[in-house]
Design a protein around this ligand. Structure first.
Ligand code: MTE
Ligand code: LUZ
Ligand code: MOS
Length: 752
């Protein structure tokens, strides 16, 4: 089945925030944000600006009837700066007027004077000064200290990992419309409707029941709208509340880039110890997470870094510590993988460096240490591992040794073009690590004409979740897809929603939908049984007809639905789902946080031009653990998209803040994302079809985030290609591997 949005997408008919017809009297808003990363506000004078023709009003923290607070995990984030600014891009005031254009003119007339304080941009500096978002956390397994003496090889290093701009095609935005009796309807481009709803309520000091948040779809979120869609919706709501007029704010790309947080950059120290047989005996890592100016989701992101710090390997002795460091950057936030990729990059860097020192291929170390079923993760959960199966199938299909030999031959024959390859096995835990978020509800209606409507908390952002939920309903009722409509996500229909995140949207909301549909199906069967005078257990509903004992009856879907209504039987159901097996004890840092893990193995090859430092990713060949894929087209699309996004992060996307904390890569001219020319020439995806218990919907496995991490292999493939040209170079581990860095490493003859 095609993604149900394909038709409206290609016709340009899909509804995004900017496609919502504006009500008469709608006003527009824009934030005045701090140009200084750290400082004290000395003067804010907007009298002239407010007099500008078309300007209706300017708001500051003084206009907030409730709390000037939008922090979600920790209440440490002001909506508007009051006395101090903590990052360049921090909102100080909101200007509201009759057109977006007039706002730009008036914004220039606001006088904002800030006395600059020393800005911190480096997480290690923050850690040294005790500037932490929260207490550090440590995950431990075995005893690292006593394991080193059994190691033949001990390798230490430092790893730098840059952030990543989400670059959703649709920028952040919201549109708030006052309703009767002080209520608000808010259209928000958000992954987390309840976060938006509850923050509006607490900032305005009104009840959540007075805030209806509605989302049809997003033009991409990638985690950037899990927590950070809130501010814009709250700003619009504040203005709409005071002015009693609809207010819209849709951010310009440059506003979005400078005011919102990104994937967290990390700096890390690692130490890895192996025995003669290349078994990893011990691993120690310290992560310095660059959280930015307030917590946002950083504590949860940091936790996932620790969860994934051994990737898909069994290491008997592990100590991993993470610091969430407070800096003067915009608060960094969720981004596909949610800290997992950073954790996985460090262990891969440690293995790559060990391989270079021992003079073996990294693949040898990787393969020798893959997780087996029953092995313990540092957080206490035991693996049900597909790591060996994925590796074996990939090796059988792609012939790793032959690939390496072809590359070696090529490198012997070519002086100024070199190739490199890397294997990237992955393991990603599925569930929100905050256990309580793993719950969902689905509201299913069957209308008297036989059509079906489904509401869930899932937000469609291009990942195809609506298509999957539609498939669930259509499959259970055995009706054609055209009968089912997935409604917008709305807090008046579905309450207390977890964000569409952690790759769990189809799992959680699909399961809830399955339960709701089955409940209605049971009632339909009961009615059919009474009508046809048989037992309900003999009834089957298939292809829009009632069947008895494998024989089609004359009772069709439409008539059955009508009959059910006439008998006054309920044709709606609100179902609740929560996975049962998960728990985690943060005081011991042990438990069973994940419902299951997703595995996979990729082989990545790259070619570099040794005169220019430019490169191409030739091929990414993957065996991926889809479980039983519910929708091949959607799932393959998620893999391809994730891989390209991961390669972008690892090779070309370079976020650059200057030492004053000002974002210099603040537009598409200075921030390079993969285009069609830089995508791998070949992406091959083979499924590892695992049939396990029904942990996820219809035995599929979550697919949204894990494939991004195959992109990490591109970094190491490039590294290996550089080594083929300049074997003595000691390449600093510093992602992304931009063409500039490739070039410098190609000609760096110094052994650092
Ligand atoms: N795919 C598209 N096209 N657009 C997106 O914004 N977000 C990713 C992933 N795939 C995203 C995407 C992220 S960060 C997550 S967590 C999952 O989709 C969320 O959706 P799911 O739970 O339905 O997989
Ligand atoms: N968001 C979240 C996530 O709140 N908790 C998580 O564990 C998570 N994991 C991945 C992506 N987003
Ligand atoms: Mo995805 S980072 O969980 O929104």
């Amino acid at each position: 089945m095609k993604n149900i949005d394909s038709y409206t997408h290609v016709r340009g008919e899909s509804i995004y925030l900017d496609d919502i017809p504006l009500q008469a009297g709608t006003l527009f808003a824009a934030a005045l944000d701090s140009p200084i990363a750290h400082g004290v506000i000395k003067k804010l004078d907007y009298t002239e600006a407010e007099k500008t023709e078309g300007i209706v009003r300017i708001f500051t923290y003084k206009d907030i009837p409730g709390k000037n607070q939008i922090g979600s995990i920790i209440p440490d984030e002001e909506l508007f700066a009051e006395t101090n600014v903590h990052f360049s891009g921090m909102p100080v005031a909101l200007i509201v007027g009759i057109s977006p254009e007039v706002l730009r003119i008036a914004l220039k007339k606001i006088i904002l004077e800030i006395e600059q304080l020393h800005p911190i941009t480096d997480p290690r500096e923050a850690q040294k000064k005790g500037e932490l978002i929260m207490q550090p956390r440590t995950f431990r397994l075995g005893d690292v200290a006593s394991a080193w003496k059994n190691c033949e090889y001990i390798i230490e290093g430092i790893s730098e990992i840059n952030g990543q701009e989400h670059l959703y095609i649709e920028t952040q935005g919201a549109y708030a419309i006052p309703q009767e009796s002080g209520a608000l309807r808010v259209y928000s481009s958000t992954q987390g409707l309840t976060a938006v709803q509850s923050t509006i309520a607490s900032v305005l000091n009104i009840s959540m029941s007075n805030v209806e948040v509605d989302t049809t779809r997003l033009g991409g979120g990638f985690g950037g709208k899990e927590d950070q869609a809130t501010a814009w919706a709250v700003l619009c709501s504040l203005a709409a509340y005071h002015l009693k007029r609809p207010v819209k704010y849709s951010l310009h790309r440059m506003e979005d880039m400078r005011m919102t947080g990104k994937r967290h950059p990390y700096s890390a120290d690692f130490k890895i110890g192996l025995n003669k047989d290349l078994k990893i005996l011990a691993f120690e890592a310290t992560f310095y997470q660059n959280a930015g100016a307030s917590a946002d989701l950083s504590p949860a992101v940091m936790e996932r870094t620790l969860f994934h710090c051994t990737n898909t390997y069994f290491i008997p002795n592990v100590t991993a510590t993470a610091y969430s460091c407070k800096t003067n950057l915009p608060p960094n936030t969720a981004f596909r993988g949610f800290g997992g990729p950073q954790g996985m990059f460090v262990i891969e860097a440690a293995i790559a460096k060990a391989a270079e020192c021992i003079n073996v291929h990294a693949a040898e170390i990787q393969h020798k240490n893959l997780l087996k079923t029953g092995d313990e993760f540092p957080y206490g959960q035991l693996a049900e591992s597909e790591a060996h199966e994925c590796w074996k199938k990939a090796d059988t299909l792609f012939h790793f040794e032959q690939m390496q030999k072809d590359i070696d031959d090529f490198n012997i024959q070519n002086k100024l073009t070199k190739k490199g390859m890397a294997i990237m096995p992955i393991c990603f835990g599925i569930s929100f690590t905050k256990t309580l978020l793993n719950q969902a509800r689905s509201l299913v209606h069957v209308y008297i004409d036989g059509s079906i409507g489904v509401s869930t908390a899932a937000v469609e952002m291009g990942q195809g979740v609506n298509t999957k939920i539609l498939q669930v309903a259509a499959t259970i009722f055995s009706v054609p897809a055209e009968r089912v409509k997935i409604f917008s996500t709305n807090t008046y229909r579905i309450t207390n929603t977890s964000p569409t995140a952690a790759s769990t949207a189809a799992d959680l909301n699909g399961k809830a939908t399955e339960i709701a549909c089955n409940e209605i199906l049971k009632r339909l069967k009961q009615v059919a049984a009474e009508e046809l005078k048989v037992n309900a257990t003999d009834i089957e509903i298939k292809d829009e007809y009632v069947w008895i004992g494998g024989k089609k009856t004359v009772l069709n879907w439409n008539n059955l639905v009508l009959l059910t209504y006439q008998k006054r039987v309920n044709l709606s159901e609100l179902a609740h789902y929560t996975p049962q097996q998960i728990h985690f004890d943060a005081t011991k840092e042990k438990g069973h946080p994940f419902t299951y893990h997703v595995y996979g193995t990729a082989a990545i090859t790259a070619t570099i031009d040794c005169l220019r430092g430019t490169y191409e990713i030739d091929a990414v060949k993957v065996v991926h653990d889809f479980g039983q894929s519910m929708n091949k087209m959607v799932d393959w699309g998620q893999c391809e998209g994730g891989i390209v996004q991961g390669i972008g992060w690892m090779t070309m996307e370079e976020i650059f803040y200057d030492t004053n904390g000002k974002l210099r890569s603040n537009a598409l001219s200075t921030y390079k994302v993969p285009d069609i020319y830089s995508t791998p020439k070949e992406i091959t995806i083979h499924p590892l079809e695992t049939k396990k218990e029904n942990l996820a919907i219809f035995q599929s496995k979550a697919v949204g985030e894990p494939p991004l991490m195959y992109g990490i292999g591109a970094y190491f493939a490039l590294r290996n290609a550089i080594k083929a040209f300049n074997p003595t170079v000691n390449i600093p581990i510093d992602a992304p591997m931009t063409p500039e860095k490739v070039l410098m490493n190609l000609y760096d003859k110094i052994n650092k």
